[in-house]
Each structure stands twice: as structure tokens, then as C-alpha cells.
Design a binder for this molecule. Structure first.
Ligand code: ZN
Length: 243
């Protein structure tokens, strides 16, 4: 079984399209989306439609929750808030209902999936350090937990002596049967690790293996549409930097 795991699409249709094409080429058996389908970008309805059509399991992210009024946006920065308000005016009732029905957590083979953290999946904490990861390892039973949310691909590995190592995730990572990991699959539509290419994760549970691919897409197409809708300039330029 091969799972394609994607997260944080953020209404970036050109990025989502190339990622889905690659998933097709790789002949993945299942497609899992870890949330934040909308927010920031200019194609909220198109992305909701495509995810509904192509993903087998989808969980809710904080921007999805914010758009449907389930999360307070006063803690969002100005740019994110403006994009959420704009998305509210654009998103169809059908897609709002779709976001409303999404679960906070799903289980797949040997792994659980959440947007933020397994301990409080709807509180939107971040796992960025071994200290953060140490808490989260206590709140799932499976060998692996897949997350998104920070837009930075990362692996926290807990080995047999209970030591936790956190590192940026590039390429393929493997673990042994008695190790556990938390894996951040990065972002399709707004990567923040300095690499602007879209992230696609491929999980092979039988091999205890995860591979992160980076895929180039037409960033200018997304940026052009954002300009047409007068979305914040900072959100437009950060796509080129991958920050
Ligand atoms: Zn996000």
C-alpha cells in the first residue's frame, strides 16, 4: 500500500494540480489531505472541489475552520485575516458545508493523521522542537503521526533509548520497527522552508518509509490571480521565496 499525503494547499490550484498529476504517475493507492485546503490563495472553490474528488481522507485545518467561523481569527496576522475574510465572500455554501463536516483526526495503516498535534488537534499548536515532540509522542498509539500546519517539512524520530531527534525532512526517511516518528509533510500551496516547490509525501507503511518530493509549479499563475483579487502583497511575494 502506498499513501500520498499532502497538506496546506491554501487555495493554490496550480500547485495542487501538479501534485495530483504526480500522484497519478506514482499510482498511489490512497490520497490523504491533512487540512488547510483554503486560506491565503485565490482558488478556494476549485481546490475544495478537487480535494473532494481526489482525496480519500481529509481532515480539517485551522484556516478551513476559520473560514466557517469555527476558529477565532483575532490571533491570525493581518494578512492571514484579510485572506480569510476574502475567502468567506468567495466560498460556495456547498463548500462551506463540506469544510464543516471534516474530522479532526483520521487513522491509516500504522499511523494517525492530524493537522496540528495529536494531543489537541483543534487547538492549533505547533511541533517545531524535540520538546514539543516529546509531549505529542504521548498522545498517539501508532508508530507514526503525520502532521502539517507549520509548512516546514520535518521529522521527529524517537529511537529505542527514548531520545528524540528533530531534523528538516529532505528526500527519503526510514525507521525501524521499534522506532516512532512524527512527520510534517510540508505544504503544497505555501512552503516555508526556503524552497518554493510544492511538497508531496509518499508513505509506504510496509517498508517504514516516507519520501518527500518537491514539485515545481507555475507560481506566477497563482500570483497573477492573487493580484487580480487584490490579496495582500506579502502573501503574493512569499510564494516566490518559499518563506
Ligand atoms: Zn496552513
Amino acid at each position: 500500500m502506498r499513501y500520498a499525503i499532502i497538506s496546506d494547499i491554501h487555495s493554490n490550484l496550480p500547485a495542487l494540480k501538479v501534485v495530483l498529476e504526480r500522484i497519478e504517475d506514482l499510482q498511489c493507492d490512497r490520497v490523504i489531505c491533512l487540512g488547510d485546503i483554503v486560506g491565503y490563495g485565490p482558488f478556494p472553490n476549485e481546490c475544495c472541489d478537487l480535494i473532494q474528488e481526489r482525496a480519500d481522507m481529509v481532515i480539517v485545518g485551522n484556516h478551513d475552520h476559520a473560514v466557517i467561523g469555527q476558529t477565532d481569527i483575532s490571533y491570525f496576522n493581518t494578512y492571514a485575516r484579510r485572506a480569510i475574510e476574502w475567502t468567506r465572500t468567495m466560498l460556495s455554501e456547498m463548500n462551506k458545508n463540506y469544510l464543516f463536516g471534516l474530522p479532526a483526526k483520521v487513522d491509516i495503516e500504522k499511523a494517525c493523521c492530524v493537522h496540528s498535534t495529536p494531543e489537541e488537534p483543534l487547538e492549533w499548536h505547533y511541533i517545531m522542537s524535540s520538546r514539543d515532540a516529546a509531549i505529542s509522542f504521548n498522545y498517539f498509539e501508532q508508530q507514526v503521526c503525520f502532521i502539517g500546519h507549520s509548512h516546514v517539512p520535518l521529522i521527529a524520530k524517537k529511537n529505542t533509548d527514548q531520545k528524540i531527534n528533530v531534523s528538516l525532512l529532505i528526500g527519503t526517511v526510514e525507521w525501524s520497527e521499534d522506532e516512532r516518528c512524527i512527520i510534517n509533510v510540508g505544504s503544497v500551496g505555501q512552503p516555508r522552508d526556503g524552497n518554493p516547490d510544492a511538497c508531496l509525501g509518499v508513505y509506504e507503511p510496509a517498508q517504514n518509509r516516507f519520501t518527500l518530493e518537491r514539485i515545481e509549479y507555475e507560481i506566477t499563475e497563482t500570483q497573477k490571480k492573487m493580484r487580480e483579487y487584490s490579496l495582500p502583497g506579502f502573501l503574493i511575494s512569499r510564494l516566490s521565496w518559499g518563506k
